[in-house]
Every structure is written in structure tokens, then in C-alpha cells.
Ligand binder design. Structure first.
Ligand code: OXD
Ligand code: MN
Length: 632
């Protein structure tokens, strides 16, 4: 198989009655692969019938072989302008997560679907019975890998060996997935060394596009009509069919770290959240503080996680940009977090030297770009990047110029880069115990009505603010347009069980004695004025908001805040605006009663329609209190 001959050894045969298959793997893997993993491989090989099987060791040599294969097949090309970077172009029908085809499958529907009175489109999770899913899987996976290699990817989410990490074994027929998993997870021999054969997550993925003699071979194989992304949390299984796009196919990320992760977290008393983690050092602060922040997809988590402060003397360091696994230390009660990922799968458009200079120093080596535009000198380009005088080819392979009237890069185009490329990666980013978290931020894109920052009054109110998060729709999923959507805790697409029970799980931490509950804030960088202009500069100036938050944490609420109906907002004196002109402070923090009356009305409707009798009473009480404060 390919050029792996040097390192590979054929160590056993996986048999079906009619066929003989060989499994290739490095000698070390071949000698140690646990029987239950081999069984998992064989069972699926017998059903999907790949041409051959390769167990990945995660080595650089293997990565190079995979990339050569992708280039040979016309799926990737090298970007000579940079070091070890590639460009991949997907089928235009396979560019984002598909929420409508994402399912959680459990014995009881009630464990997944809340008892809303009038559930609407886009309310998740979708449920499917175990038997319906089995039928679909048997039908779709039958012979689906014909002509392709089945890769076996052992991977660890979280630092290898940490007691908080989880190990998965992903089977896939996509070499693009192998290359991406090597960046996004700790993949290969090290993960296998730590696998518990009785406790690993079984991940099965196929692009669903077998190679059949006489049928043209799609450069980006996929099967959009039959795509399904399914999760069986009761048995720790993930099954994904028909899509090669990262959010649907890199099963360690959204599927394991969030959907199965949140289910495990509820059972085991921790939290799996759609949150970045950053460390911030201030000249006024006694020590570095760590903050976790939940924003919906494509709302700037990567930008905040890599922030370059506009205030002198401050430093931000990055632990992670998308997912946090949080637990309260059972001795000290301190909340701690690990980043289960090993890289960044960031949205490219909008990233540039002023919005995210750190990302621009992270992504131009060892990176796979997907669906961005390319330049004649072997580089990449996307909307928001500095103009270039090079000829541009758009993400679909057509010549492009600014007058083309189309987008050069797909709005959900991505870079996949190793975390270790990040020049401000925090020294504790792989700390097996996690970093201590002192504050949690919730936020979203809210052009109207929501102040720049407010602090919650107490834990129940914090959970309410997470529950009632809303944001403009994003290109990361299949939605179009700019409608404001509810996205509780930024977890609407990612929660692995009944959302009402998820709220309850958050609430119960408030009742546990001895826990150091973090302070919680809501932020909104995206408020617009009557001329439709952003009222806050955002990006590096967001350090000013972090600065106020640090003061609120540090000196026992020393930075002054005033109480409003929605939460505690900074006094002007307590907030560093030095060097910033044209900030309309009053407008930025204005609590407009008609707006909030309407907001409460839509929240009540959303929660009744979608969560209904599963809504914890504490949250109804919070909504009533908010309404009363607005009316007062
Ligand atoms: C992501 C997402 O890709 O949230 O991180 O969609
Ligand atoms: Mn995300």
C-alpha cells in the first residue's frame, strides 16, 4: 500500500467467508493491538468491504504519504508559498455541518428530546430510535468502502495519559480525515498505549462513495443525499456517513468532545462545553487568571483566544479556541479546564493581521486549508485578508476578482493548524489537571439591545444567561441569512441529551457545598448604532472588557458596577477607555425597556415551545424576575 512499505507489517488477516483482508500497521502497533479493537475493525471491514486496511501510527512519514495520496487523487495541492501547507477543495455540496441530519440515538426518546409544546426547526438534538439507526447503518455501510482504504485512527482527546482524557478509535475511508485528525487530536501509537480495551469510543466514518468500476470517481467523495451523523451515548458510539467536511467527519471534535462528552459529563459530574480557554495577565493583577468563554460557531472564539491586547502591560495566552472540559477539583472546589483538542480548525474569512495577528503567525506552516481561495504565487486568500495583486482562483476553482460578484472563499472555509504553532500558546495548555478557571463568559452576535458586558447576580442567574443566549445564524452550519437564533450555552448543535436536563446539570453545581463557582459575564462585541455601524472596536480592544472582569474577580468586586435589570454593568470610571475615542458609552450600555420586553417575550416563547415541562423551575423563576425588573 502506497509508500508505507518501510514501516508497515502485515500482521494478521481479517476474514470474512469470501474475502481475505490484510491489515497493515507499524510493528509496535501490530504486536499490541487489543483484541476488542481488532474485532471492531474486522466487523466493520466485513460490512463495508474496503480494499485494504491501515492502522495509523501518527508519524510524520505517514502524514506525508497521506498528503501525497491526496495530491495524487487531485483532492489536495501543495502551497509552495508556505512551509508544509496544502489546499483542499471540497464538493460544493459538502461545506458545513448538517444539523438537520445529526441525531442522538438512545433507548428512550425522553432522554434526548425535551417536552416542548411546539418544537420548531433547528431545535436540537434530533432523536432516532436505536433500531432505526441500526437499519440505516446496516444499509448505508454495506460495501460503502469498496475500492478504498479503511484507516484506523487511534486518538486521544486531551493530553495523552491525563485522567480527564478520552480515547477513541475512528475508522474512516477518508485520507483527508486522517491528515486532519493528526493535527486536531493526539493520534497514533501514544493513544493506543493508553487505551482501555473495555472503554474506548467507537467512531465509524465513511464518505459513502465507493469506487465502482465504470462509475466516475468524485475528487471529493461524499454522499449528501444520504448523510447522517449519529451518536449512541449509551454505548459510546459515533457513526458518520456521507460527508467529509471536518465538523461531520473529524469525530473527536463535535461528536466526541461535545455530544458524547456532554452526556458523559452529566453522568460523571463534569461539563463538556463549546468554550475557548485563555490565560490573561494584567499589570494590576497578582497572578495569571484563566477564563473560559462560550460563543456560538463563527462568533470570534479563535480571535478572543488569541487576542493581542491593545492596552500596554497585558498578556493573553491561549489554551484552546473551541472546546473546554471542565471539572471542579474535589479537594479544593476550584473549577479547572482542559482543552481536549490538539489544533485549531478555524474559520478563515475575516482573519487578518489586524483582527488576529497571532492566527496569521500560526497558520502558514503545517496547515491544511479547506475551501479558501488561492493565489497565482502558491498562496491562499480569503475575504478580509489584505488585498493581493496576485491572480486569484476561488474556492470552486474559477478565476476570481473583486468584481466577480461572488465570494472568493467559502464563508465556512477553514484552516487546520497544530496548536503548537501558536506563538502565544499557554505553557500549561497540556496540564493534565487542567488550568484553574476564575470566570466564564457567554456571548453572541447581537446587533441590537445587548450591552457590551454585564455580570450575573448569582449562579441561577448565570445559568439563565447561558440558557437564553442568542446569536445571528452562522455559516458553520446549513443556515442562511442573519436571523437571530437561540443557542443555549452555544451548545444547541452539540448537546448530547435533553437540553432541559442539561440546564439542570448546570444548576445543580450551585447547590453543591464547597465548590468555588466562577463569576459569570455576558459579553457582546457586536452592538450596532442607528447607522448600522459597530459601536465597539472589538478584537484587541476587548482586553478592556477582560480588564474590568479581572478587577471584578481579583479585588473582591473592587471595580465598580451598577445594577441594571439585566445584570451588573461597569461604571464608566471603573472601565479603561484610555486612548479610545468616539465610544458612545451611554448607547453601548443602554437598557432599552421595549427591546427587553420583547426579548423576554421571545425567550418565554422559545423556552415553552422547545423545552416545555423539562425547563427547571429555577429558570422560569429567573425569567419572571427579569420581566419584573424590566417593568419596575
Ligand atoms: C466549529 C463549529 O467548527 O462550531 O467549531 O461549527
Ligand atoms: Mn465550534
Amino acid at each position: 500500500m502506497y509508500a508505507l512499505k518501510q514501516s508497515q507489517r502485515i500482521f494478521r488477516t481479517a476474514v470474512s467467508q469470501r474475502r481475505l483482508l490484510t491489515i497493515s500497521a507499524s510493528p509496535r502497533i501490530a504486536n499490541t493491538l487489543p483484541g476488542k479493537i481488532t474485532q471492531f475493525i474486522e466487523d466493520n471491514a466485513n460490512r463495508s468491504k474496503p480494499r485494504n486496511i491501515h492502522v495509523c501510527d501518527g508519524s510524520e512519514n505517514e502524514f506525508n504519504v497521506i498528503m501525497s495520496k491526496l495530491m495524487e487523487d487531485g483532492m489536495a495541492r501543495n502551497l509552495p508559498k508556505y512551509d508544509n501547507c496544502y489546499l483542499v477543495q471540497t464538493d460544493p455540496r459538502d461545506v458545513a455541518r448538517v444539523e438537520s441530519r445529526t441525531f442522538i440515538s438512545t433507548t428512550r426518546k425522553d432522554d434526548v428530546v425535551p417536552h416542548g409544546q411546539n418544537p420548531g426547526v433547528g431545535v436540537l438534538p434530533n432523536w432516532m430510535s436505536l433500531s432505526d439507526l441500526d437499519n440505516i447503518v446496516n444499509e448505508r455501510f454495506h460495501n460503502c468502502m469498496n475500492g478504498r482504504t479503511m484507516y484506523v485512527i487511534p486518538f486521544s482527546m486531551g493530553p495523552v495519559g491525563s485522567k480527564y482524557s478520552k480515547i477513541g478509535i475512528q475508522l474512516t475511508d477518508s485520507p483527508y480525515v486522517v491528515a486532519s485528525m493528526r493535527t486536531m487530536t493526539r493520534m497514533g501509537e501514544a493513544a493506543l498505549d493508553h487505551v482501555d480495551p473495555d472503554d474506548f469510543v467507537r467512531c465509524l466514518h465513511s464518505v459513502g462513495d465507493p469506487i465502482v468500476p465504470g462509475k466516475p470517481v468524485n475528487k471529493w467523495p461524499c454522499n449528501p443525499e444520504k448523510t447522517i451523523i449519529a451518536h449512541k451515548p449509551e454505548t459510546n458510539e459515533i457513526i458518520s456517513f456521507g460527508s467529509g467536511y471536518g465538523g461531520n467527519s473529524l469525530l473527536g471534535k463535535k461528536c466526541l468532545a461535545l455530544r458524547l462528552g456532554s452526556y458523559m459529563a452529566r453522568e460523571q459530574g463534569w461539563l463538556a462545553e463549546h468554550m475557548l480557554i485563555l490565560g490573561v495577565t494584567s499589570p494590576h493583577s497578582s497572578k495569571k487568571r484563566y477564563i473560559a468563554a462560550a460563543f456560538p460557531s463563527a462568533c470570534g472564539k479563535t480571535n478572543l483566544a488569541m487576542l493581542t491586547p491593545k492596552l500596554p502591560g497585558y498578556k493573553v495566552e491561549c489554551v484552546g479556541d473551541d472546546i473546554a472540559w471542565l471539572h471542579f477539583d474535589n479537594k479544593t472546589g476550584q473549577l479547572r479546564a482542559i482543552n481536549p483538542e490538539n489544533g485549531f480548525f478555524g474559520v478563515a474569512p475575516g482573519t487578518n493581521a489586524s483582527t488576529n495577528p497571532v492566527a496569521m503567525k500560526t497558520i502558514f506552516n503545517d496547515t491544511v486549508f479547506t475551501n479558501v481561495a488561492s493565489t497565482a504565487d502558491g498562496g491562499v486568500w480569503w475575504e478580509g485578508m489584505e488585498p493581493t495583486n496576485q491572480k486569484i482562483t476561488d474556492w470552486k476553482g474559477q478565476e476570481w476578482n473583486p468584481k466577480s460578484g461572488t465570494l472568493a472563499a467559502h464563508p465556512n472555509s477553514r484552516f487546520t493548524s497544530p496548536a503548537t504553532n501558536c506563538p502565544i500558546l499557554d505553557e500549561r495548555w497540556e496540564d493534565a489537571e487542567g488550568v484553574p478557571i476564575d470566570a466564564i463568559l457567554f456571548g453572541g452576535r447581537r446587533p441590537e439591545g445587548i450591552p457590551l458586558v454585564y455580570e450575573t447576580f448569582n449562579w441561577d442567574h448565570s445559568v439563565f444567561v447561558g440558557t437564553t443566549m442568542r446569536s445571528e445564524a452562522t455559516a458553520a452550519a446549513e443556515f442562511k441569512g442573519k436571523t437571530v437564533m437561540n443557542d443555549p450555552f452555544a451548545m444547541r448543535p452539540f448537546v448530547g441529551y435533553n437540553m432541559g436536563q442539561y440546564f439542570q446539570h448546570w444548576l445543580q453545581f450551585g447547590q453543591q457545598p464547597g465548590l468555588k463557582l466562577p463569576k459569570v459575564f455576558h459579553v457582546n462585541w457586536f452592538r450596532k448604532d442607528a447607522q448600522n455601524k459597530f459601536m465597539w472596536p472589538g478584537f484587541g480592544d476587548n482586553i478592556r472588557v477582560l480588564d474590568w472582569i479581572l478587577k471584578r474577580i481579583e479585588n473582591n468586586n473592587s471595580a465598580d458596577a451598577v445594577s441594571t435589570p439585566v445584570g451588573l454593568v461597569p461604571t464608566r470610571d471603573s472601565f479603561n477607555l484610555n486612548g479610545l475615542d468616539n465610544i458612545n458609552w451611554e448607547e453601548l450600555f443602554r437598557i432599552d425597556r421595549p427591546f427587553w420586553t420583547e426579548e423576554v417575550g421571545s425567550l418565554r416563547k422559545y423556552l415553552n415551545d422547545n423545552i416545555g415541562s423539562d425547563l427547571p423551575k429555577e429558570l422560569t423563576e429567573q425569567l419572571n424576575q427579569l420581566e419584573a425588573r424590566i417593568k419596575a
